[in-house]
Design a protein. Structure first.
Length: 398
């Protein structure tokens, strides 16, 4: 057997980044940046108030207290969006709302809460009852979040809603991103029937293609073909040809890669087949041509784990994503379990009370229990068991 790292290295060595494209910010959700994102305007673009209150000279209020209030004359009113920049002499203030531009002559904002009358008595004359902590209090400085031309996000970043909001707020109109990988999903097996079809003895409902399509989309790729073929080499070759004609960058098959007598993927497709020291997912196939070929085992947990460990990193590398792996935490086991000797274990677990608990025994066919998994506990190949309370690595998947 080879190690997980050895097989993953072979896969990633064959991956080439896809073409980059330019698209509007509001259409780029789920894309990966190919060039650093820089601010087209300063954030914020002007000094503005962080509080509803009064723009003042700090020197006028630095000694204010409840028993010796600073009395100021209110000479202007500034709602958010106001273009006004009223002059403020010493002893004068402007009522100001959150987000409004601070007058050039002011250097501090006093919240309504620190005045005697607050909002109800905020025009005319005010009494400040508490001194601000320092000059510049409650003022958001121009460019303090990001200067003009400053880097908002590095290349390789996944663009989610928060990242796109930052780009839009910084005046960015277009971004350079990777195109989506095109992936075909092919399930194999004479025993497979579509959901809702009557089942004869020995037949099961096909679900791996549903699983793989979802995992592919979650990895930022698009599915150009999803199909099921029997254990027939001609049907599999035809499906692969159709996927290639559709421009697939990768083809992911499930089933047909083990040591049985009817392993159609193993006998039909130009892949290298290896045994990886992992459980589940020991038999793996990979072809480094174009499109890339991934031959995954047929049991549902094996499919899910194999995708996470080998296919997902490859799809992210195609997009030039900076981070290829899932987030891994170190959490205590809430119950003990056995591990397979000489193989790294990926056990579906649920997270509860600050720890992890197996959703079932480590059997690769338990698709219903897989649905309750939030993570995979990863146990080294040299371990023979995990004890309750023991810290384990946990790969988050949801």
């Amino acid at each position: 057997m080879i190690t997980v790292e050895e097989h993953l290295a072979s896969v990633l060595a064959a991956v080439r980044p896809l073409d980059a494209t330019t698209m509007p910010v509001d259409a780029a959700l789920g894309r990966t940046l190919r060039e650093p994102l820089v601010a087209a305007v300063e954030l914020p673009p002007f000094d503005n108030s962080a509080m509803d209150g009064f723009a003042v000279h700090f020197a006028d209020v630095r000694n204010a207290a409840a028993d010796r209030p600073a009395v100021l004359e209110v000479v202007a009113d500034l709602p958010a969006g106001s273009p006004l920049d009223p002059p403020l002499a010493r002893g004068q203030a402007a009522r100001i709302m959150t987000g409004a531009a601070v007058p050039t002559d002011a250097d501090t904002v006093v919240p309504f809460e620190d005045t005697r009358g607050g909002l109800a008595d905020s025009l005319g004359r005010i009494e400040v009852l508490a001194a601000p902590r320092a000059a510049g209090a409650h003022v958001r400085g121009r460019g303090e979040d990001c200067p003009l031309g400053g880097e908002l996000l590095p290349a390789g970043t996944l663009l989610g809603s928060r990242q796109l909001a930052a780009a839009a707020g910084a005046g960015v109109i277009e971004v350079v991103v990777s195109r989506l990988p095109r992936v075909a999903v092919i399930s194999t097996g004479d025993e497979l029937r579509p959901p809702g079809a009557p089942l004869a003895r020995g037949q099961i409902v096909e679900s791996n293609s549903v699983l793989l399509e979802g995992l592919v989309r979650e990895a930022g790729a698009e599915v150009v073909l999803r199909t099921t073929v029997a254990d027939d080499g001609d049907a599999l070759r035809a499906a692969v040809a159709e996927a290639s004609a559709l421009g697939a960058d990768a083809i992911v098959t499930s089933g047909g890669v083990s040591a049985g007598a009817y392993e159609v993927v193993k006998t039909t497709l130009p892949m290298s087949f290896v045994s990886v020291a992992m459980q589940p997912g020991k038999p793996q196939g990979f072809g480094d041509g174009h499109p890339l070929l991934f031959g995954l085992p047929g049991n549902p947990v094996s499919v899910a784990v194999s995708f996470e460990v080998f296919v997902r990193p490859a799809l992210l590398a195609m997009q030039a994503r900076a981070e290829l792996g899932r987030r891994i935490l170190r959490l205590p086991a809430l119950a003990g379990w056995r591990t397979p000797p000489g193989r790294r274990q990926y056990l579906p677990v649920a997270i509860e009370d600050g720890g992890v608990r197996p959703v079932g025994p480590g059997a690769s066919h338990l698709r219903a229990r897989l649905a309750r998994a939030e993570a995979y506990a990863i146990v080294d190949a040299d371990a023979t068991a995990v004890s309750a309370g023991e810290l384990v690595d946990v790969m988050l998947i949801s």
